[in-house]
Write a protein that binds this ligand. Structure first.
Ligand code: MN
Length: 230
């Protein structure tokens, strides 16, 4: 039996793979909260090593770097969160951290764009973060670089500039939970597989952008992304 749809199926969100003619179809987007101690402090949290926590963004939040980023509706406080993104490329369920990197296909530079006013309002009321975190264009991402090319990223500078001024700076080595630990932990809750992206948290210095701002994000080993807010 051939399936028919009342409306055409939506396009599959996908991210270019650097040096490849094929792209990476996105299934799910997981995001880690407070994964750098200095950012946990600036958000009022305890940077001690509590278990990681997560929220998700809809796959159609994907916004490719280099394309102008529309300022979203219903916010007056649109924040950048510069993050390393992990792209899963093999099945992983309940894996140990020592085996977790086997499931990592590659890495990308990303921005977990946030309607901070809506997120803070939700936090105060003990409500879900969806309105603050999951919305159109909220998951900015650059090309995925395959781990076979860039290696597995465990240390190196992560930086975000706005209009040429450095706003966020950190080192991947300062993650509270590193990439293999995150993949292993998350794999206890999900059957991870190809198409699953993990935004691994942001260093200190998050702040607002407005229309006309130009962001440049950089991670050692991956290069730069450029995004203008319009
Ligand atoms: Mn984030």
């Amino acid at each position: 039996m051939t399936a028919t749809y009342r409306f055409p199926p939506p396009p599959i969100p996908a991210v270019p793979v650097r040096g490849s003619s094929s792209s990476y179809a996105v299934r799910r987007i997981f995001c880690v909260g407070r994964n750098y101690a200095d950012h946990a402090r600036e958000m009022g949290g305890d940077p001690n090593r509590e278990p990681p926590f997560y929220f998700t963004k809809s796959p159609d939040s994907i916004h490719l770097a280099g394309i102008d980023l529309p300022y979203p509706p219903a916010t007056k406080n649109f924040h950048h969160e510069m993050e390393l993104v992990v792209a899963i490329g093999a099945g992983a369920h309940d894996v140990a951290s020592t085996a977790a990197l086997d499931a990592v296909f590659g890495y990308a530079v990303g921005l977990d764009m946030t309607r901070r006013d809506l997120q803070n309002d939700a936090k105060e009321k003990g409500r879900p973060w969806d309105l603050g975190k999951s919305f159109e264009h909220a998951a900015v991402i650059g090309d995925i670089v395959q781990a076979t090319i860039c290696g597995h990223l465990a240390a190196g500078a992560i930086t975000l500039s706005v209009n040429g001024a450095v706003k966020q700076t950190g080192d991947l080595a300062d993650m509270v939970w590193n990439v293999p630990e995150l993949v292993a932990h998350l794999s206890a809750f999900y059957h991870l597989g190809p198409g699953d992206l993990i935004y691994t948290g942001t260093p200190a210095g998050v702040g607002a952008v407005v229309r006309g701002d130009r962001m440049t994000g950089s991670i050692a080993g991956l290069g730069d992304i450029h995004v203008a807010v319009v």
